[in-house]
Ligand binder design. Sequence first.
Ligand code: GDP
Length: 303
Amino acid sequence: EKYKEGMEKTRNSFSSKINDLIARYRKVDEDFFEELEEVLITADVGVNTVMDLIDELKMEVKRRNIKDTKEVKEVISEKLVEIYYGDDSQQIEELNLQEDGLTVLLVVGVNGAGKTTSIGKLANQLKSEGKNVVLAAGDTFRAGAIEQLEVWGERAGVDVIKHTAGSDPAAVIFDAIKAAKAREADVLICDTAGRLQNKVNLMNELEKVKRVIEREVPGAPHEVLLVLDATTGQNALSQAKTFSESTDVSGIVLTKLDGTAKGGIVLAIRHELNIPVKFVGLGEKMEDLRKFDANAFVYGLFA
Ligand code: GDP
């Protein structure tokens, strides 16, 4: 339900264009594919991804000897899911949570992407699954970041470990790990600063934080989650490239899908960068974070 609601803008725009296309063409031909290509690019699926998809579609249409555009709709959904996974796995890619001991999640992304909000939502979700969660206020740079995380911590009913603004993020994370261990927490979620304009400093800082985590908790961080704002479209894709070049990003949290008609970006991220989208943000409220399910997403586009 939430998926349907949160995806309304993308769905309305996408399904009406596809339906219009199918009604106008009836026969599957070269012009049909060309217009379909345009619809997909407008939905921010990404040029490279669209090209691959159209190639696959053409082959499949030929293989199945499909002539009528009405029949092609099903093939489009199938291929969109396939292009997302890039293989046959087609299963929801779950968060890497440890059975025993502390799981450490490192959350990165530029300011305004929805990092703090997503951490709050995730903390709430994990807590409702029975996990003992602690948050680390590792963004000591952005004014108000610590206080904002505390507000979310309070809402979710989880502890926030913090130092004063401007202090060393690595020291905050170190203390947070100690506190999480002392409280026998299951999950520690670490916020980080997100100023991309000073890329070298940011990356050095992330590396330092990561080293502390690696040293204090063997096998950690268990996830490096990159938070991206879906409304920034292709810019989100280039941010993902920049971050993944500097650190091993294991999953994406794609926020504000409710605020864009260009939800196709989710497919481009997975296809072009091979990083799974683990969560999507579908609103500003606590419960508006969902595990990403490519099947529900794609079939939601046509619902
Ligand atoms: P940060 O600077 O990356 O920590 O970003 P914030 O968490 O402060 O979020 C920036 C703004 O985006 C806030 O106004 C949030 O309410 C809003 N936001 C975050 N996630 C979502 C989402 O999934 N949907 C919508 N509509 N707004 C969101």
